[in-house]
Design a protein around this ligand. Structure first.
Ligand code: GLC
Length: 479
């Protein structure tokens, strides 16, 4: 099958969050399936352009018309890619190449990614690569299925589109004038992109894509409720017939405690007790906590954003630390209120709390390995990847049973049996505390049971093989 994957970020070239990880692993997994030809299209951001490791060659250059604008479009092929995925960057200095700073958040983001979506179609045409499926990700690529239907069906008569929602919170809103001035689409399409008189790009994709997916089964159902859908609940409920959830995997080669170069020592599911204990001691020393083998170390690697459930942790933190012999280690940056809360907490409980307010992938790996318990009380979580990283490294997750957390962490009982971690159902601090307490009690009073749970976590298959096969099933169903 010929598959084009279109996204606004993809590791290792450019990454701001989980989408970047998925765009590294999913194309690779699809390309390993016999008979597939996989192309990945990304914007040529300054950060990629400036990175000497990524050598490119110019394949085509032309203009893309965006309303009255004629915008240069360079198609660059990445030369040194090890596997079979063909990676192309779309070059335009005005929208991407000459802008430093974060990759999202400019006031003309709508126009930038409208350009990207249209340029991708022009590039596929220039390559004479006519895909069976174009898989689009999040609002930044939402206009591609719309342009395809409106203006490119002659070039791509049999190409189907899949739109994947990684997070419904960001929908790509623009003022009403954007429809004529930037998109210049026929007026009969206006209602499908309209929401409250404005343009909503994600809505357009949901209406026009042949299939819509999201990154876990539970989230695909949650999306039909106002609480989760950020205004798109009825639109998504109407699209229920073409909406499916496929739970993400993780890159099990990168995240492998047996080989991870970031770790002070290595271990695996068959023999982990000593290796993990050494990683824990080294981690405690690294972050300045007392090195104590039998004090449970609770860890969190996260963006410090409200929807990650930090309000619950703030609410229980002092009680948790007073009442239990335990340690807490947080790594991440984000909202000022949380950064200062955890700094203060670390100052008040220097023997129990360490807060690393920074972004550090190496330390993140050492935390997955050196922790005992991984906290992820997210208010909502489309999929979540770090709970899977944690389990792969034998760190027991305590999570809010929502979205992908519900699908990847079935609840264990108080003996640690019958599941993979500890969960709570309703989003409140006391329930979070109760589930965490069950985990701490298991650690304290039944270490064998805790170890059996760790071993079960480490033995799970979190690879992309199964999800990639499910994407293939859907791609075939669309033909
Ligand atoms: C978004 C979601 C996260 C998901 C990731 C990859 O970042 O918030 O839950 O794991 O996308 O699909």
């Amino acid at each position: 099958m010929k598959i084009a994957i279109v996204a606004s970020e993809g590791a290792p070239y450019i990454k701001s969050g989980g989408l970047g990880d998925v765009m590294e692993a999913l194309p690779a997994a699809l390309s390993r399936i016999a008979g597939n030809e996989v192309v990945l299209l990304l914007p040529y951001y300054k950060k990629i352009k400036d990175n000497a490791a990524y050598e490119t060659e110019l394949v085509a250059a032309f203009d893309t018309q965006l309303g009255w604008r004629q915008q240069y479009t360079g198609l660059l092929k990445l030369k040194n890619r090890a596997d079979a995925v063909k990676v192309y960057f779309i070059d335009n200095d005005y929208y991407f190449g000459a802008r430093g700073g974060p990759i999202y958040g400019d006031c003309d983001d709508g126009e930038r990614f409208a350009f990207f979506a249209k340029a991708c179609l022009n590039c596929l045409a220039a390559l004479e690569f006519i895909p069976d499926v174009i898989q689009c990700n999040d609002w930044q690529t939402a206009l591609l299925p719309v342009f395809l239907k409106a203006q490119y069906w002659g070039t791509f008569p049999n190409t189907r589109t899949m739109f994947t929602i990684h997070n419904v919170e960001y929908q790509g809103w623009a003022d009403g004038w954007f429809f004529d001035d930037v998109l210049a689409l026929p007026w009969d399409l206006r209602p499908s992109l309209d929401m409250h008189g404005q343009v909503n790009m994600m809505k357009g994709a949901i209406e026009h894509a042949d299939m819509v997916t999201t990154v876990s089964e539970t989230y695909s159902r949650e999306l039909m409720y106002p609480y989760y859908a950020h205004g798109l609940d009825t639109i998504l409920a109407n699209a229920a017939w073409k909406l499916t959830g496929i739970t993400n995997g993780i890159d099990v080669n990168t995240f492998n405690p047996e080989t991870d170069p970031n770790l002070p020592c290595h271990y695996n599911a068959a023999s982990f007790v000593n290796g993990k204990a050494r990683c824990k001691a080294a981690l405690q020393a690294e972050v300045g906590l007392p090195v104590k083998a039998d004090t449970p170390l609770m860890v969190m690697v996260t963006r410090l954003a409200g929807h990650k459930g930090l309000d619950l942790l703030c609410y229980i933190a002092r009680r948790l630390l007073w009442e239990n012999d335990c340690q807490l280690l947080i790594l991440g940056t984000g909202e000022a209120q949380f950064e200062s809360f955890f700094r203060e907490l670390a100052a008040d409980f220097p023997d129990q709390v360490a807060a690393k307010i920074t972004f550090d992938l190496g330390l993140a790996a050492r935390i997955y390995a050196g922790g005992d318990i991984y906290l992820m009380p997210s208010r909502s979580e489309p999929c979540g990847l770090s709970q899977m990283n944690a389990m792969r490294y034998g760190t027991v997750p305590v999570v809010h049973a929502t979205g992908g957390l519900r699908d990847t962490v079935p609840p264990a009982d108080e003996n640690g049996e019958g599941g993979l971690g500890f969960t709570f159902q309703s989003y409140n601090g006391d329930d979070f505390y109760a589930s965490l307490k069950r985990c701490l009690d298991l650690y304290r009073y039944n270490r064998d049971g805790f170890r059996a749970l760790q071993q079960r976590d480490m033995s799970q298959d979190f690879s992309w093989d199964k999800p990639a096969a499910r994407y293939m099933e859907l791609f075939q169903r669309m033909q």
